[in-house]
Design a protein around this ligand. Structure first.
Ligand SMILES: *Cc1c(COP(=O)(O)O)cnc(C)c1O
Length: 297
């Protein structure tokens, strides 16, 4: 695995599509996917302050939870490897005969993988034998205040005052809360939820960001069946978007984000002369769970 995260590789790329020109809306995309070939995207940002605290507390073992295809698990493994910390990933469900590429790569980065059943996972039970050594716990997906503050630093990598709207995909809402915190009150943060009917999000983002809801909006209409579910129109869209812009997206998060935003632009959701910043939050490694040939990149 390539060692370091390449923060200097982040770029702000204009999105040039006929639909945008027609509606007189401009959009840039912040390419967090470029920071690492495997551990692309927002996960390092959400982890950074947890890891700083673990190091300050001289904790050597990091424990966290995730699924077998989790971007968070792989990012934790890589970030701990770089910081000389031991990482332990507690994975939902039974061990499969062939491990996912995500878990293979996490192991290569030195992560110890422990499987627990779905009930214990839902209860977030840490197996007793892992508790012998002093450990530092990071919530699944970096959810929590430190994750929010880390995500707020994402906007240090662009001229954030240039934009009227900041748009992102939402899983737990941690990244969105950070973006809300880091943006000005006259800006709108638009989040596209990739889960079906996750209606607790509004409250979570409000609590985590400390901002009222007039500063952000969550759209629940573009989940394509639910978390990590997809349909042919989404994959067709991602292929077309790649042909037109040369920008790869992932089918769990950023593909749904870009699909939703272009659809909303066509539907006149954004006023004329809006200047949008889309966050490319990475996640490209997850595309390896799709059958070969479905994506052209
Ligand atoms: C985890 C993840 C998100 C969602 O972040 P949350 O803070 O959980 O809302 C978005 N995009 C990608 C690629 C991710 O891996």
């Amino acid at each position: 695995m390539q060692e370091k995260f390449q923060l200097h590789a982040i770029t702000v790329d204009p999105i040039r599509l006929p639909q945008l020109a027609e509606k007189k809306v401009e959009a840039d995309i912040l390419r967090l996917d470029k920071i690492h070939p495997l551990v692309s995207g927002n996960k390092w940002f959400k982890l950074r302050f947890y890891l700083d605290e673990a190091i300050a507390q001289q904790k050597k073992n990091i424990v966290t939870f995730g699924g077998a295809w989790s971007n968070h698990i792989l990012a934790t493994a890589a970030a701990c490897h770089i910081s000389n910390l031991k990482s332990i990933g507690i994975i939902r469900g039974e061990e499969t005969a062939t491990p996912s590429p995500t878990l293979v790569q996490a192991k290569e980065a030195g992560m110890q993988i422990v499987f627990i059943n779905r009930q214990d996972y839902a209860d977030k039970k840490i197996p007793a034998d892992l508790k012998k050594d002093e450990y530092y716990f990071i919530p699944e997906g970096g959810f929590g205040e430190k994750g929010v503050d880390g995500a707020a630093t994402i906007l240090d990598y662009c001229n954030k005052e240039n934009y009227t709207h900041i748009c992102c995909a939402i899983g737990t809402g941690t990244m969105m809360a950070g973006l809300v915190k880091a943006s000005a009150s006259q800006q709108q943060v638009i989040g596209i939820s990739v889960l079906k009917n996750n209606l607790a999000l509004e409250e979570n983002v409000k609590t985590l960001s400390g901002h009222s809801a007039h500063h952000f909006q969550i759209n629940h209409d573009y989940h394509f069946g639910g978390y990590a579910k997809h349909k042919t129109p989404l994959l067709d869209f991602m292929n077309n978007f790649y042909r037109q812009t040369n920008i790869p997206t992932d089918f769990v998060y950023t593909g749904k984000l870009v699909y939703a935003i272009t659809d909303l632009i066509t539907a006149d959701f954004f006023p004329t002369s809006s200047r949008l910043l889309l966050i490319h939050s990475g996640g490209l490694q997850g595309n390896s769970s799709l059958d070969k040939g479905k994506l052209i990149f």
